[in-house]
Design a binder for this molecule. Structure first.
Ligand SMILES: [Zn+2]
Ligand SMILES: [Zn+2]
Length: 370
């Protein structure tokens, strides 16, 4: 997306959080999760996908099928973290309009709905992180709800287009969001075709259409689901806190490895507009490395860095901070993305300044490179 000036100031960064004022008003979404919120019909395909993994007992395995599963896990995790999260949700870099659409298609192949749905719900999470209206806070709603339950909630089913006006103005993205399901369906069908073809042309590989679907789609997607979900559940409850953000976000090297960098979640909540989430060289962030390569190829550009002042702020590496009682905490960190701790504290003390800070943070950057 164009329209992002190179990082010149933290205020610029705060502006580019890309949220609208209406996002900040509490909505009747799944703030108080209950069984009545759940659309049980949505559990049917979800359960069937999990059960379909047991077909491996019939179709067996082969190196080509297992490597296909690994490849599709990695490429789709990259699409979720690099494109759905760091591009569509936070717009931390820019690209062309055709590539924007391609990024959306790649993300949709992960079977996590469309880019607009994903970005809208994720922006909402940042605005209410671990507060009452957070969609998936383990401390508020329990582990299971934060991990997967919230996805089935009736109130979380639709795409809140008002939260993503900067994206929904592209008709091709709206079309993709409505038809996102067909991308993973097409992937599964293609895998069957490739497997059947290999069985005919290269029987020595020992694969088949069914085997490629079970490994390349079913197993790969189920593992991908739960690895992604850990960022909503475990990354808000398990790990260390470098920054004293007003939520429960954590840094966790294991989660960072399996999610290609998303495990540096406390870093991310402190400064969500940066492209990289591993703020230091030892914080492995494979998604960032991939995006950096894409930038060298000219496919993306304008990767937003982490200002040194933010990176070095309040370092308490490796320490688990004792949490203050929720009632004493201020607004969510994203309300003050890009502000220093001092100014955030001053804003909390001074409501007028807080309003001003919010106005800055909610000012939208709607231009894109397309
Ligand atoms: Zn979070
Ligand atoms: Zn985020």
């Amino acid at each position: 997306m164009a329209g992002f000036a190179e990082l010149g100031s933290e205020e610029t960064a705060a502006r580019n959080v890309s949220v609208s004022p209406s996002d900040r008003a509490p909505s009747p979404r799944a703030a108080s999760p209950s069984r009545s919120e759940i659309m049980w019909s949505r559990l049917v395909p979800y359960t069937l996908l999990h059960l379909s993994c047991f077909f491996v007992l019939w179709v067996g395995w082969s190196p080509v099928a297992v490597w296909t599963a690994v490849f599709l896990y990695a490429i789709r995790m990259f699409a979720i973290t690099g494109f759905y999260h760091r591009y569509f949700s936070h717009r931390t870099f820019r690209t062309s309009r055709p590539m924007q659409f391609l990024f959306g298609v790649l993300g949709a192949s992960a079977a996590q709905k469309g880019p607009l749905w994903w970005a809208a719900h994720h922006r909402y999470h940042h605005q209410h992180a671990d507060l009452e209206h957070d969609l998936h806070s383990p401390s508020r709603h329990g582990f299971l709800w934060s991990h997967v339950g919230w996805i089935w909630a009736r109130s979380n089913y639709d795409t809140e287009l008002h939260s993503v006006r900067d994206l929904s103005r592209y008709p091709e993205l709206r079309w993709l969001d409505r038809n996102a399901l067909w991308v993973p369906v097409g992937l599964a069908v293609s895998l069957y075709g490739v497997g059947a073809l290999l069985a005919q042309l290269a029987p020595a590989l020992g694969t088949s259409g069914g085997q490629m679907v079970v490994w390349g789609f079913c197993i790969s997607t189920v593992v991908l689901y739960h690895a992604t979900y850990t960022i909503n559940s475990l990354a808000h409850s398990w790990g260390s806190r470098r920054y004293d953000t007003r939520d429960d976000s954590r840094n966790n090297w294991f989660l960072a490895l399996i999610t290609l960098g998303e495990g540096w979640h406390n870093n991310h909540h402190r400064y969500p507009v940066a492209t990289r989430q591993g703020f230091f060289w030892w914080e492995i962030d494979l998604t960032y490395y991939g995006l950096w390569v894409l930038s060298k190829l000219g496919i993306v550009w304008g990767l937003r860095p982490v200002p040194a002042r933010i990176r070095n702020e309040e370092q308490r590496s490796g320490e688990l901070q004792e949490r203050a009682p929720r009632a004493t905490r201020g607004p969510s960190p994203s309300s003050f993305a890009g502000q220093s701790t001092a100014s955030r504290n001053a804003a909390r003390r001074n409501p007028a300044r807080r309003t001003s800070a919010r106005r800055i943070a909610t000012r939208r950057t709607s231009r894109t490179s397309a």
